[in-house]
Ligand binder design. Structure first.
Ligand SMILES: [Cu+2]
Length: 174
């Protein structure tokens, strides 16, 4: 019993120190009728021209909202994409009309679903970095967010061990 408690204390201390050593933490952002939770991006391989950004967007207001686009200094284009299965192959398409978020709804962006596609990266995204972006909503207008860069195989912000591999059939079409 005492030993378990001791190990817990050690693990807690290790986790605490690891947390302090992390240069940047995912930060939430709020705006009129919106909450944006833990924006993060995947690290990119050297020379990659595109990167993916993820977050959760909750509509805390009483009217439907729509994410219609955004901008970031790190890429020439900031697009909203969706991954979907097409004949057993993961494909992505650009959602030119953006994404609607109904009142009370949370839309989750993830490596296997909706995502922000940073097209024309002007630098490599390195784990631990972060970068600013401006999201644009139909009602709330511009909302500043800060994306933290997680590992290249991360599935969520703060993931300690990369749990997945790239889908072998994934096709990146831009
Ligand atoms: Cu994409």
């Amino acid at each position: 019993m005492a030993r378990t408690g001791f190990m817990r204390a050690v693990l807690f201390a290790v986790g605490f120190v690891a947390g302090l050593a992390t240069p940047a933490q995912a930060e939430d952002a709020t705006a009129s009728g919106l909450k944006i939770t833990a924006p993060w991006a995947r690290a990119t391989p050297k020379g990659a021209s595109v990167g993916g950004g993820y977050m959760k967007i909750t509509n805390t207001g009483s009217a439907a909202e729509r994410l219609i686009g955004g901008v970031s200094d790190i890429a020439s284009r900031f697009e909203i994409h969706e991954m979907s299965m097409d004949n057993g192959v993961m494909k992505m398409r650009s959602l030119s009309g953006g994404i609607e978020i109904k009142p009370g709804q949370t839309v989750e962006f993830s490596p296997s679903g909706y995502h922000v596609m940073l097209v024309g990266l002007n630098r490599q995204l390195m784990q631990g970095d972060h970068f600013k972006a401006t999201l644009e909503f139909a009602r709330a207008g511009k909302v500043e967010v800060d994306f933290i860069v997680e590992s290249i195989g991360a599935n969520s912000s703060g993931a300690k061990s990369p749990g997945d591999r790239e889908m072998p059939g994934m096709q990146m079409k831009h």
